[in-house]
Design a protein around this ligand. Sequence first.
Ligand code: NAP
Length: 268
Amino acid sequence: MNFKNQFILITGASSGIGKRLAIDLAARGAVIIACARSPDRLEAALTEIRRTSPRSTAIRCDVGSRDQARAMVGKVLGDFGAIDILINNAGVGMRKPFVETPLDTLEQIMRTNYLGAVYCTHAVLPSMIARGRGHIVNISSVAGHIGTLNMAGYCASKFALNGFSESLYHELKPRGIHVSLVCPGPVKTDFNRSFADTTPKSPKSMTISPESVSKTVIRAIEKNRFEVITPRSLALICAFKRFMPGLFRALCQRAFRSHVSRRDKHVP
Ligand SMILES: NC(=O)c1ccc[n+]([C@@H]2O[C@H](COP(=O)([O-])OP(=O)(O)OC[C@H]3O[C@@H](n4cnc5c(N)ncnc54)[C@H](OP(=O)(O)O)[C@@H]3O)[C@@H](O)[C@H]2O)c1
């Protein structure tokens, strides 16, 4: 696929994976519409994106608000006439026992990670269907395949995104619209900085760079791949879970037991 002059809307493009993707796709000739909430980081990202793609622009939007998501897509379609690729990447995380996580936090995670993708996709699709082409990319996580200790709200949002993507794939393929689902393991971005002291820690040997995720996403678009789990070691672990779910759960229990009991000692 040639990205030259393709209009690509990327949510969460001011940092981490989204920013890297924006810069890499801009370098391939795409016109990037970068979305995020905080204006300073968004402006800084746009400056870098425009070095190779001067027509690119940035738009402030909280994707968890259906009105803001609809208004953003309407503005982009009004300004550029089309969105060729939508990359639903905006996301927030958590690492806390479920019972200690405020319901507001759980709702915010679901609104951003799952409903954010739903709102943006719902707003973009009519124009893609009318043109008979387009590509929706959802950035999920290995946490969309494996329920992990202290990440119940996050895992739920990514499991939801995976089901949404698979269903959309079947609906949209006959209409000429591709859907890709990219599930990275731990990635070195700001996302994990606030969880540095929490357990369980992300395994260092499986931690990858935003550059590597960006390459994987671009390849998935070029080859119209539905799902990619990265790195490969985690893809194998997901396959192991699929074929031997009971054994996998037992091994997870053993691995997590020390974290749970260590915490319990501190509970009065
Ligand atoms: N890092 C990892 O270990 C990892 C692993 C697997 C999957 N992922 C997924 O990869 C995606 C990107 O994560 P990252 O690591 O690049 O995180 P990051 O560096 O924290 O970037 C997150 C981006 O999303 C934006 N964002 C957050 N909430 C938003 C909202 N409501 N509306 C619009 N934009 C919003 C942020 O900007 P503002 O805060 O300014 O809005 C920022 O641009 C997420 O979906 C995450 O779940 C990450």
